[in-house]
Design a protein around this ligand. Structure first.
Ligand code: HEM
Length: 403
């Protein structure tokens, strides 16, 4: 991240400029999504440009978000952060591969996350959720992020990949620093540790294959040859980072919404059949991912000319919260029709391969939590905060309930 601004290039019209820092804009309380939308809506054009973080475009309507994500010929995912910093870690595979190299790797992950596999993982998520909630229910309080939100997805990741549950605390803490460390150096160091962990597991399974996913990957061929250690580690890291941080962050936003909106909470407690649609509606209202693409070849978008090499920020919330697509978009309505038609899980060839699993984990959380802890609120005197990185998250959330 850089705080310096750069000079406006000739292809950027003056009326498209907004002083917007994706990592540092004013956030009102926990209202990350509402606040970002408000800042970006202060200018009317469909596509804006900011001089921050190396200088980049911002797609800010449902149409421009969808267009960028659908057009891999012009918008590459080789770089997935707007910052001009290159990381030493392996590219996250298949996320950072463009077609045609992307598809065969994605197919491997799709097979691992088939509906049958997700069915079994969903049952495991239910057992784990119950176990975690029962573990602290009698205390009348918990720190939701550390005691629940991070546990669930990492335990599921360990199941998918076939890693020992005993490595869970270590991986959780390193992944947290890799995603949200204070400085670039801290984040890089933690990413390096994750890479070393992944490489170690790949070497182990090459020497001693078992029935797990890493063993399957080491024995699989892609484009006519075995997968090298580097992309293989990138696949494992992607599964970890994409599945852990996103689910944990979304759980945090779901929990804070329900903690502060008793009527919505009561509606779900009294009508559990609404939970599936409520999951979709909360995903629409609380998207957490800010995607980025590099312009591959000069292209027009929203009335401006983008040049090859420039970066575009694609905040997924600008689709789910676009009023041309969803009436009264800031309001959470569990009876809303088709809330799921949004970009919270991305779009185009990279659309989230774990979306079915994520939806299952979130739904299971709502079902099992509300059955056991129907009334809860944010602990008075605490001041939960949002960390605004490429994935927005609530860093700690103290909840209390009557016992
Ligand atoms: C609420 C939770 C989740 C959200 C909001 C989410 C969001 C996203 C988004 C927006 C993308 C597209 C990224 C891009 O185009 O740059 C993506 C891709 C991906 N997600 Fe998720 N995700 C979630 C959970 C998961 C889970 C649980 C897994 C797996 C265990 C997963 C695995 C992946 C993978 C592998 C990709 C890359 C797909 C590709 O490049 O073809 N995600 N996710």
């Amino acid at each position: 991240m850089t705080t310096e601004t750069i000079t406006r290039p000739a292809n950027v019209p003056a009326d498209r400029v907004i002083d917007f820092d994706i990592y540092k804009f004013p956030i009102k309380g926990l209202e990350y999504q509402r606040s970002m939308r408000e800042v970006l809506m202060s200018k009317s054009a469909d596509v804006l440009w900011t001089p921050r973080n190396g200088g980049h475009w911002i797609a800010k309507t449902n149409e421009t978000v969808a267009k960028v994500l659908a057009d891999a010929d012009h918008f590459s995912s080789r770089r997935i952060l707007v910052d001009p910093v290159e990381r030493a870690t392996p590219p996250l595979v298949p996320l950072q591969l463009d077609p045609p190299h992307h598809a065969p790797y994605r197919a491997l992950l799709q097979a691992a996350l088939s509906p049958k596999a997700v069915g079994q993982l969903g049952e495991r998520a239910r057992e784990l959720s119950i176990q975690l909630i029962e573990g602290f229910k009698a205390d009348g309080h918990c720190e939701f992020i550390g005691q629940f939100a991070q546990h669930l997805p990492i335990a599921i990741f360990m199941e998918i990949v076939g890693l020992p549950a005993s490595d869970r605390p270590l991986l959780t803490s390193i992944a947290e620093v890799a995603m949200r460390g204070e400085t670039e150096d801290e984040r890089n160091e933690a990413s390096g540790k994750l890479m070393a962990y992944g490489m170690g597991k790949v070497a182990e399974r090459r020497a001693n294959p078992g029935n797990d996913l890493i063993s399957l990957f080491v024995q699989t061929e892609v484009e006519g040859k075995p997968i090298d250690d580097f992309p293989l580690t990138g696949m494992i890291l992607l599964l970890l980072l994409a599945g852990l941080d996103t689910v944990a962050s979304t759980l945090g936003f779901f929990a804070q919404f329900l903690a502060t909106n008793p009527e919505h909470r009561r509606q779900l407690v009294e009508n559990p059949e609404l939970i599936a649609n409520a999951t979709e509606e909360l995903l629409r209202r609380f998207p957490i991912a800010n995607l980025a693409r590099e312009v591959k070849a000069d292209v027009e978008l929203g009335g401006v000319q983008l040049k090859a090499g420039e970066m575009v920020l694609v905040p997924t919330l600008m689709d789910g919260m676009d009023e041309d697509k969803f009436a009264d978009p800031l309001t959470v309505d569990f009876n809303r029709e088709k809330p799921g038609a949004n970009s919270t899980f991305g779009g185009g060839v990279h659309r989230c391969v774990g979306s079915m699993l994520a939806r299952t984990e979130l739904r299971v959380f709502l079902e099992e939590w509300l059955k056991r802890i129907p009334d809860f609120s944010i602990k008075p005197g605490t001041n939960p905060k949002v960390s605004a990185r490429s994935v927005a998250t609530i860093t700690s959330l103290e909840l209390v309930w009557p016992v």
